[in-house]
Design a binder for this molecule. Sequence first.
Ligand code: ASP
Ligand code: MG
Length: 420
Amino acid sequence: MSLIVQKFGGSSVADAESIMRVARRIVATRDAGNDVVVAVSAMGDTTDELVDLAHQITDSPDPREMDMLLTTGERISMALLAMAIKSLGHEARSFTGSQAGMMTDAQHGAARIVGVTPERVQEALSEGAVAIVAGFQGFNRDSRDITTLGRGGSDTTAVALAAALNADVCEIYTDVDGVFTADPRVVPMAHKIDVVTSEEMLELAAAGAKVLHIRAVEYARRHGVTLHVRSSFADKEGTIVVSARGENMEEPIITGVAGDLSEAKITVIGVPDIPGKAAEIFTIVAGTGANIDMIVQNVSVETTGLTDISFTLPKTDGQKVLAALREKQESVGFVELAYDENIGKLSVVGGGMRTNAGVSAQLFTALYDAGINIEMISTSEIRISIVTRAELLKDAMKVVHTAFGLDGDSEAVVYAGTGR
Ligand code: ASP
Ligand code: MG
């Protein structure tokens, strides 16, 4: 008998009919002789709608109340799912994050799990019931308040439960067949990847691939949880996320291509090219709490001794960083600031890059052939990212996908979801 944790995302439980379909799937796993624990997301776009609603009330909703509001989404789906399983003649019991022992720190909207004590979940299992746990939420012992793990956090709930219960596998059910070589909504010829390493998955997620919550991948890697990403709409094998490839498993040079439209670029123009200026600028940026991504410094103009420094950051941090820099313009001594929200970031990721030269050349050539201009470049051991114009990103992704030989034989199937 195995213990399987199954996570169902919002698009898999978008309406009553979908909830029944998911319930049948859970019951089938149960009937096959497994213990089943389920983590469930809010129905469809519920969380987005609740966020919109809060912003109709106020521009800056109180973080504690925001968590109270958002956690209601998962409470709806967990209760309905438990009812659905019962209607199929099986025992099921739903639990909120705090009932399931999901202990977090007090950081509303981005809480981190500090401990999992799933006694009630274990009790339910020992009584032969399926345990359904509300995704994305927890409880802080000191403040005695409900918290959320951040958008997309239900994946992390599932992995944390799988680790705490020592489950055999954590299955992440979604609206596509697994992890793809690119988002099939953007690159229709993308194909499903059978096996990916957690290292590659982390780079892909950080580069904008939305299929798995980045913290869930980190958590799974740290606790040795095997992830299986698969479709809730079809009965096919999905993608297995492993901590390392087996010895005789070939490592592809490029595993996938990711695109990201969530970043903006700030250019600090006319910075004196003397030691300490970059330190000053990025100390100011760090003080705002913004997470910067790529940095480029131009060579300085000999006659003026001035240079430009550009960096990318989440659009949501743009205004506060601009304000912080403007405040220190005089002491840093730069000439002006430019802000550009119209950028797109493309990344190629692959463990095989480590042992293969010429990947950058191949990438840049593909982009050049398509007439796509590169504005910034950054690399890690297993990733190369470039910035281009936002409106070129889709084409760039398709071109690069083809150039690296990743196109599949047929168009990928997207079963549901608005991709919102
Ligand atoms: N419902 C939450 C969200 O949409 C959590 C999740 O779906 O994982 O972000
Ligand atoms: Mg969701």
